[in-house]
Structures are given as C-alpha cells and as structure tokens.
Design a protein around this ligand. Structure first.
Ligand SMILES: Cc1ncc(COP(=O)(O)O)c(C=O)c1O
Length: 452
C-alpha cells in the first residue's frame, strides 16, 4: 500500500531545522518549554508513580452527574452550546465566577471579568497586554513553573524575589523596586500566587499581603494575584486575597475552575480594571475569539445544581488526607538532611535537599525507579533551585504517595551515601523518623534555596 502523502517524520532532522531557522521570530530564541509538560510525556507510562504533575483528581467527580449535566445541555440547548460565544464569556459564567470569588470574600464587578481558556491564558493575555521585550516582571522565587514560559515568550526580564514560610519577602521586593527606580525602570507587574503557592505550598502572611498592597498603591504598580487554590484549604485561618485588600484598582486577579471542578474544561478568568480589560479583550479576540461555549454551559449547569461548594469541600478533604500521607512518608523515608514545607492547602509540598544534590540528575535516577517529581530549577529563571523539588499529593492515592516517596527517599539516600564516600564525610543516612524521634524536629520551615 502506498504511504499516505502526509506521513509525519518522527524527528526533525538538522537540515529541516536549518531550512526553517531563518523564519523563526526573535522571541522563539527565548521560548522555554514547561518542565511539567515535558515530564508528562515521560510519566505517561502506567508503571510510573508521578508526583510531578499538578493534576486534581478528576475521578472524584461522579460520572452519573457529569452524564446527566451534559445530557441536559444536549436536550435543552444543543444549538447554542455548539455555537461561538462572546469574547468576554457568557454572563451566566461570570455569575458563577462571582459566586466563587464571593466564597473568598471578594465582590468583583461582573463588567471587570473576562472568561479565559484556563488561568494559563489569563497569564498569557496579561503579558500580551502589558509586556514589551526587556520589560521587568517581578515574581516569587520559586514561582509557578508554567508562568516562566509565558514571561519568556514575551521576552520579559523576569526578576524573582525570595520566598520563605510567609511567602514573598516584601523587604527584598522593596529593595528591588528601589534598584529598578534608580535604573529608571518601572516593572510592568508583580506576579504572585499568595495562597498555597505552586510550587512551594506556602501562604503569604496577612502582614505581607497588606504591605504588598500598600506598596502597589503607593507606587502605582500592578500586582497580578493568581489564586487557583484558595478554596482548597485543609487547615488554618482563611486570609483575605490581595484583590479584596486592594478592591481591584491595582490588583489584577486570575482564577480558574481547574482545581475546583475540572482542568479539562479549560475555563479560567481574569478580573482587571476597565482600561486593562479593553486591551485584554482585544488580545483574546486575536488569540481564540472566545472560550469554549460548551464548557461554559457545563459550568452553568454544575452551578445551577447549587452544590458546587460541597464538591470543592469533598475534594479538599481527600487532598488533606493525601497531604498527611505525604508528610508522614517524607518523615519516614527522606534523610534528615532534607526539609520540606507543610502546606495548609493546595496541591504541593516543596522539599529542599543538601546542596550537593542536583534534583535534575536525581530525577533521571528516580525515573529508573519509576517515580517522578518536578526538579526545583523549573521554578526559577536563573538556575537556582537545583537542590529542591516539587511534590504533588493530589493526583494519586495514599498508597501510591507513600510508595513514591519511599522510592525517591531511597534514591536520595544513595546520593547522600555516595557523597559521603567521595568526600570522606559520614552523613546521617537514616530516615528522620529513626534518627530524630522528637516531634519538635518535625516542623520544617521553608528554607532559602541553596545557591540563592
Ligand atoms: C498558579 C497557577 N496558575 C495557573 C495555572 C493554570 O491553570 P489552568 O490554565 O488550568 O487554569 C496553574 C495550574 O496548575 C497554577 O498552578
């Protein structure tokens, strides 16, 4: 049989690359792949325990409910649901968004909301609207690994401010703003995930939230608050979002249905002041005309049932148990030289290892044990984070989490032993629970990344 005319080559050859290289836009030189996307390809093998993704557990959504909701859409509004929609999104979707934000104490004007194709598109549209090549964008260190490729593709000069157990260090931010002012530069925005941060799992304290908003207002700077995890709280007191403290003058807000309902529906949103919104809408028109009508109908249907919050609370409870399982496993299987955060919500723990361990190298070894995590470097633009890792506890069951951590712990212990053999030092390799029985030792603060 003759080959089909469009059969794809497995890989681009070097002559292919040469043929196209002269056509690539300047920005493609600095484009970066998202570490998580790359890892997803490797971890697709069913035998791999992946603590690498940021996947919510969608198996918690009852299939019968999904079937009934979609059937109702098909029976009652098939033609509309299959049609294009407004660029800003349907008013009914915005009403659902207002409810979600209301649950965290925010009261946005529906006119300030745009429905986007996930929170990811909101980050992209905000950069498209505000960032010219070379512009300064400030974010946390570490920051959401998926934001880095966006900042890079708009050729931003990304400046990262150290995080500790209370979130972004506002004193360091102030120093940076001073330095930029002396250089005659005004950052386009300060990007923060203040609540249950991806990747570090830390939450910005109330005092720092207030100081950040005061700073933004005093200096007339924009803050972009990205808050996918605020409602996934398992402990501690809820803190007001930056958007609430500011009232929406200088804080642009990004939300998403990905972690409270489904990432597959690709529905998120941005709330911005009206002059910014005008440009964001134009940017979105050029990108994709509108967000999926079908999935907006699904959200409308889901919220009409009046039990959206019940579902969020039920998954938060499951994630709390998985977080506990992960923290207990870390205690048992990671060596005493390691430390990690203890998040009160969200999906991630951030672990810091001795400085001589490079987690990118460690990942290659861990994959041989059929387990994966995100190396810390993916959360930095400048090579920091080499001895840290992001661990996800939402995607798999407790048994899988324990086994995954056991395998990573074993790989780390081998590295620690090897280091000892090479240097003559005799590091403690016994897991923390055996070497340090005291409970007081168990609270490990979020430590400054080595080499920072
Ligand atoms: C902080 C943060 N922002 C944005 C996103 C993008 O999510 P989505 O595009 O699915 O809404 C994620 C996903 O993990 C995230 O953690």
């Amino acid at each position: 049989m003759p080959e089909p005319p469009h059969r794809r080559r497995a890989h681009a050859s070097s002559s292919d690359l040469e043929r196209y290289a002269g056509l690539f836009a300047e920005r493609t030189r600095v484009m970066r792949s998202s570490a998580m996307r790359d890892l997803m390809a490797v971890t697709a093998r069913p035998e791999v325990i992946s603590l690498a993704g940021g996947l919510p557990d969608t198996s918690t959504f009852p299939p019968q409910t999904f079937a009934a909701q979609m059937t109702r859409i098909a029976q009652e509004s098939a033609a509309e649901a299959l049609q294009y929609g407004p660029t800003e999104g349907f008013r009914e979707t915005v009403d659902c968004i207002v409810q979600v934000m209301g649950a965290e104490g925010m009261l946005p004007d529906p006119e300030d909301v745009i429905v986007t194709t996930g929170g990811q598109q909101a980050i992209d549209l905000i950069c498209k609207t505000l960032v010219d090549p070379g512009d300064a964008v400030i974010c946390e260190a570490p920051t959401y690994p998926g934001a880095i490729p966006v900042f890079c593709s708009y050729q931003a000069d990304t400046i990262q401010i150290e995080c500790d157990a209370e979130g972004m260090r506002i004193d360091e931010l102030e120093d940076t703003l001073e330095r930029l002012e002396i250089e005659g530069r005004r950052p386009k925005f300060i990007y923060s995930v203040p609540t249950f941060q991806n990747p570090a799992g830390v939450t910005m304290s109330l005092e720092r939230r207030r100081r950040l908003v005061e700073l933004a207002r005093a200096r007339e700077l924009l803050v972009v608050e990205d808050n996918p995890y605020g409602l996934l709280r398992f402990g501690g007191e809820a803190l007001p979002p930056l958007y609430q403290l500011d009232g929406g003058d200088f804080v642009i807000y990004i939300g998403t249905f990905s972690k409270i309902l489904s990432p597959g529906i690709r529905l998120g949103w941005a709330v911005t002041p009206p002059p910014v919104m005008e440009k964001v809408v134009l940017g979105k028109q050029a990108s994709d005309l509108c967000t999926s009508t079908l999935t907006q109908y699904f959200v409308r249907e889901h919220f009409a049932g009046g039990r959206w919050r019940e579902y969020v609370d039920s998954v938060a409870e499951i994630y709390r148990e998985r977080r506990d399982a992960m923290l207990a496993a870390l205690e048992r299987y990671f060596p005493p030289q390691a430390s990690w955060t203890e998040p009160e919500g969200g999906l991630f723990v951030w672990a810091t290892l001795p400085p001589y361990i490079d987690t990118s190298d460690l990942l290659a070894k861990a994959l041989r044990e059929d387990v994966a995590f995100v190396p810390g470097q993916a959360a930095y633009v400048d090579g920091r984070g080499r001895n840290s890792m992001r661990l996800n506890f939402s995607a798999g069951g407790e048994e899988e989490i324990r086994e995954g951590i056991r395998r990573i712990g074993k790989t780390i212990a081998e590295q620690v032993e090897l280091y000892g053999a090479l240097t003559g030092e005799t590091p403690e390799v016994a897991p923390r629970s055996q070497s340090r029985p005291s409970d007081a030792e168990n609270v490990v603060p979020f430590r400054k990344a080595e080499g920072a």
